[in-house]
Design a protein around this ligand. Sequence first.
Ligand code: F6R
Length: 360
Amino acid sequence: GKGEYDHYMLKEIYEQPTSLAQAIEGRVDSDSGEINLEDFPPGTFDDVDRVQFVACGTSYHAALYGSLALNQAGIQSQALLANEYSVSAPPVDENTLVIAVTQSGETADTLSALRQAQDEGAQTVTVTNVVGSTAARVADESLLIRAGPEIGVAATKTFSSQAVMLTLLGQRISADVSGDPAFDLESVLADLENLPEQFETVLAGSSAAEIAHQYEDSRSYFFIGRGLGFPVALEGALKFKEITYEHAEGFASGELKHGPLALVTPDTPVFAVFTGTEDEKTLKNAEEAQTRGAPVIAVCPDGHPATQVADAHLEIPDADSELAGLLANVQLQLVSYHAAELLDRPIDKPRNLAKSVTVE
Ligand code: F6R
């Protein structure tokens, strides 16, 4: 049951320190700098030269996160919307690894992209939360995120676990493909081991409820980020619109000035996600919105330059740029939750939505 929580969504947001610890348990050893991914020992991806991720919704945002991390490591990789795959898939061959990211393992769009990639000769992997799901059975191999059952229709804890498992899988892929781990492996692994505790810190000290209240009468809610902050901005906006029924949109920070700025007024708060990647540019983009009257809410560590400029602050602990976005995402999950609560929405079961979308 929901226990002490009013909604499953809140319970699942608060479960993240545990679900993340479960995801990495036995899989990460920062002392030896080793990763143990069961069916994916070193060398598994020796003959891979390109990676495609296919997914929908929140899982697509996690896929984008994983794909950007691989790109930063010099691996050719793309995140693709599964529902666009049949009309726009780039070519694949036996050296292409196609990774289906799906919490339920039953999303029709994702299954159909996975099957298409397989028919065309790609190697396939599913990253899923459900043992024995269709996606797990269809793909050559699967990797479990071990987040435990998610009851709330809005995906929360499964997003963070997907992103973490894709980061780990990305390390294995890039080590196999290029001979180098994607990042300084020992430091990433140490950061991953600290992540559950950092999630705890965010959850214990979040001012998201006050921020949600402060901006509750706004017209539209914008979320911006760059690099790994971009998928977090997209996810922040998706969660917000899903459970509050208010208009929300996520942008790459640099895109704001290419059109969306026309929408910016004092009634459009801008949540700016800072992950340590070109933060000065994102800050400038946020200031451009602020000049047009929009309140800026900076999601960043204490003492960050953005806190000098922003109208409000959602604090995250200091973390490497590979993981900072996931901490920012927790704050955004909480803002959405509290905004939906103020509006008295049926948070666990938003209208028109189903937990698992089994039609194309
Ligand atoms: C959003 C949400 C959906 C799912 C999407 C894919 O909160 O839950 O966008 O992420 O329908 O579902 P899975 O991951 O089961 O393939």
